[in-house]
Design a protein around this ligand. Structure first.
Ligand code: KG4
Ligand code: ZN
Length: 346
């Protein structure tokens, strides 16, 4: 099965061709980072306007790099949520136009499930039937979820963020530190050589860890990053000179607090589920410190760590086509891409 994947849920315009849910024949991503950088975050109007211009170019490039003709496609898979509605609509309209022109079905893909498919774009990863049950940490700019993946398409939520997402916390922290955008990579760079114990930042809601949320999730498996961001804000107010004198130390301490908070909940998830496989997906999964901490955590529990290849951590379309391909392989339906849903749940 050969699918053309299309992704436009946020500020990346992406298209890719994937065979059998596992093999990326091409993956083209047009990042809009430069256009949003002056604003310190994604501006929806700018994002959708740029998607319109980039869509035809990116799609044509993905087909050309894959070296296949339109008639060889079995279907088109496009992200239909969650995301910015004005951005989603551009990719969906484009996908439907192509589908009409070549008379192929157009399937809607959940962006969160697409991130999970990133693991299986690593040729060395076992297929989902062997990898599951699996504990998955999904960490991106908009989401922070801890999931018990029982099979492809069968997910149980163990924990989620109670406020900001991990990537958002890095983006806001970078802004406070005057480091620019997006925050994850600039904090990682600034933290190099810094002392992660220089400032003792909070690691989430440890005081409430015996409680449950209104949805019945154990707080000890949930994440909270707004306190950390506030702690940085007050620390910088009290110690304004550290931006000049100890930037690497403060960045390293902040980064360590985020990654420790993530690894701690993963550890609890492994203990609670007894999963033999651990996976990490989403933009924050690019972070080397997080990868190292998860590697140590997995080893302690005798679990195997499956990491998303770096190119498929941040938003891309190969993961979108892969998700639809894996559903087809598992005998699950792919829904038609009818309406954009900005808050589509997994
Ligand atoms: O998955 P993604 O591209 O978009 C969403 O679906 O949200 O994730 C983007 C997020 C941003 O918050 C960015 O700061 C973070 O991923 N990120 C990183 C790194 N590279 C990107 N965070 C930590 N370390 C990195 N190297
Ligand atoms: Zn994403």
């Amino acid at each position: 099965m050969i699918l053309l994947g299309i992704e436009s849920s946020c500020d990346e315009t992406a298209a890719a061709v994937v065979r059998n849910g596992r093999e990326a024949l091409s993956s083209v991503v047009h990042s809009q980072i430069a256009s949003h950088r002056p604003y310190g975050g994604v501006v929806p109007e700018i994002a959708s306007r740029e998607h319109v211009g980039n869509f035809p170019v990116v799609t044509a490039a993905a087909m050309e790099q894959a070296g296949i003709g339109w008639a060889e496609l079995d279907a088109i898979a496009v992200t239909h949520g969650p995301g910015l509605v004005s951005s989603l609509l551009i990719g969906m309209s484009g996908a439907r136009a192509i589908g009409q022109a070549i008379n192929k079905p157009v399937w809607g893909v959940n962006h969160l499930e697409a991130h999970l498919a990133g693991i299986f774009l690593d040729p060395a990863a076992p297929p989902p039937t062997e990898a599951c049950p699996l504990l998955a940490l999904l960490v991106s700019g908009g989401h922070t979820l801890l999931l018990d993946m029982r099979a492809w398409g069968d997910y149980r939520l163990l924990g989620q963020t109670l406020d900001d997402a991990a990537g958002e916390c890095l983006d806001k922290g970078a802004n406070l530190l005057g480091l620019g955008y997006p925050g994850g990579p600039v904090i990682e760079r600034a933290a190099a050589g810094g002392n992660p114990r220089f400032v003792d930042f909070p690691r989430g809601m440890e005081h409430a860890k015996n409680q449950t949320t209104a949805e019945g999730l154990a707080i000890e498996m949930c994440f909270s990053f707004s306190g950390l961001k506030t702690a940085l804000l007050y620390y910088l107010k009290k110690n304004p000179a550290v931006r000049e004198t100890h930037l690497a130390d403060v960045a390293a301490s902040y980064q360590a607090a985020v990654m420790d908070a993530l690894a701690l909940r993963v550890e609890r998830g492994l203990a609670a589920t007894g999963a033999r496989m651990l996976a990490c997906v989403g933009g924050v999964a690019r972070n080397a410190l997080l990868r190292q901490k998860l590697d140590e955590t997995a080893r302690r529990h005798g679990a195997r760590l499956l990491l998303t290849p770096l190119a498929y951590c941040t938003d891309n379309a190969a993961m979108v086509a892969a998700a639809a391909g894996l559903r087809a392989q598992a005998g699950l339906d792919n829904p038609p891409a009818l309406e954009a849903d900005p808050s589509l749940p997994l």
